[in-house]
Design a binder for this molecule. Sequence first.
Ligand code: 0X9
Ligand code: ZN
Length: 430
Amino acid sequence: MRANIRGVLWCTIWCYCLASSQANLYKGYKVYELPASKARSANLDFMLSQLANNRTYYDIYTSGSQTGAPAHIMVHPEAQPQFVALLNEQAVNYKIINNDVGHTLRSNYERNQMLRNLYPFEGRLSTERYYTHDEITQYIENLAQLYPSRVFIRTVGRTYEGRWLKTIRITNGDRRANKNVILMDGGFHAREWISPAAVVYAIGELVENYETYADLLLDYDWVILPVVNADGYVYTHLSENTRMWRKTRQPSSESCIGTDPNRNFDFHWNEEGASQDPCDETYAGPKAFSEPEAIVVRDLIKSYAKVGKMYLTLHSYGPYILYPWGWTLDVPDTVEDLHEVAQAGYEAMFNATGVEYEIGPSTEVLYVAAGASDDYAFNAGFPISFTMELPPGGQSLFDPPASDIDGLVKEAWIGILAMARKVVEKYPLA
Ligand code: 0X9
Ligand code: ZN
């Protein structure tokens, strides 16, 4: 009995400590919005690059685009007075777009838990809530069982923590081999939840409404890996304090965990825009392809290098459609083809909802970042290779509220469809 009471007491204290330490992690953090990079002074740019080194106090969510999108920076409560003083000194117009990140993450976490209870997984997925890696895997396996002549699952590897990664290949069931391929993935960066959500929506459309997309499945198969960085994705579902995780989960040093899977590819690996510091969000890894998840994508890209016509990797947040190169300011000789396909996506989405995705070479729209999967796929032979960054949402930006999922993924699908149609027209079966 006494042991029992002691146990209950211990648990109460431990649980309280755990809960309160969890509740405090992002308490009082604010997100500031600064002008887009083209509108910034060299001084301000230098200041931002210095702040980025101070990880304890600053998290540069996005440094803003060259063409219009503003920068977003999350700042620790203790650094806020100094940060604001710096901005005032430089006469920078800033806006606070989130007053308490901890509060936002907590309420989003609670809402997501509530939605999970309200909409339990029953084999099918909808756009009512975000789904877990297990649910997404189960869903694609169910589709393969329901449509065994058209849909095929392949286990393509394992994550660092041992989760199986599976692709779904969607065909029209005519059993013709050697068709062209559109390769698509999501969930490279753990916190970008809208990416797997959009991939799942695309899968549902292609499989369940396949008659509508007969033209896209006649000479093409679609091969899709919904969540590349499954360990990271699972981690972001654990609590509000882990929600903003980006990297993989393999330890990178004694004190830090994770490599940026989108800096880990062996094409200009560890060059500009990739960090050598294991604690950084853009750590390139101890060597190229140190991450099993990047190896899985590499092998997919290689195995479809001859027949693959479009590689599409979904991220957030933009909205951008980015094409190579991402490692250099140079543009490829075929830039017009890339632009033509991206333009088709842009126009379709603009006409549907009025959204304006910025389109262009990664380095021109955004920044130089070497060692990413889009450049690797383009170099391997995919004539079209895009990083599509879906729009931000909600107050924590990486976390559009569940009520926004439907609109965002349907809008993205309209763009993906238009790009796929252009690809099918430009690259008929050889
Ligand atoms: O930095 C990235 O990996 C991508 N942006 S994100 O905010 N989702 O992290 C952009 C990658 C663009 N492609 C290349 N630079 N190659
Ligand atoms: Zn990303």
